[in-house]
Design a binder for this molecule. Structure first.
Ligand SMILES: [Zn+2]
Length: 93
């Protein structure tokens, strides 16, 4: 039931882990756990989770898609001016 709420929340509405945590009054770590379960349970459904990877606003480096939370520092330029990854539920075509 909670995962259904997550689907509703994220459908056509990209949010970061931090945004979701604030909205649901959970810790980002708990949200991340739920999202990981959600990805698995969506595998055979009509939805899938689209992740816009984090990127460095300074040099443009794009982080790996698997990272759902905000990286601390850019490995290239060592700046911490990082755009958080955004999570969104999309319907499969
Ligand atoms: Zn950078």
């Amino acid at each position: 039931m909670f995962r259904k709420d997550l689907i509703k929340l994220l459908q056509c509405n990209p949010l970061s882990l931090k945004d979701i945590a604030l909205l649901l009054e959970m810790t980002p770590r708990d949200v991340e756990d739920d999202i990981r379960h959600l990805i698995k349970s969506l595998r055979h459904s009509e939805y899938h989770l689209h992740v816009t990877p984090a990127h460095c606003r300074k040099c443009g480096f794009t982080f790996h898609k698997e990272k759902l939370h905000k990286p601390g520092k850019c490995p290239i330029c060592h700046e911490s001016w990082i755009r958080e990854p955004l999570l969104e539920i999309e319907k499969r075509n």
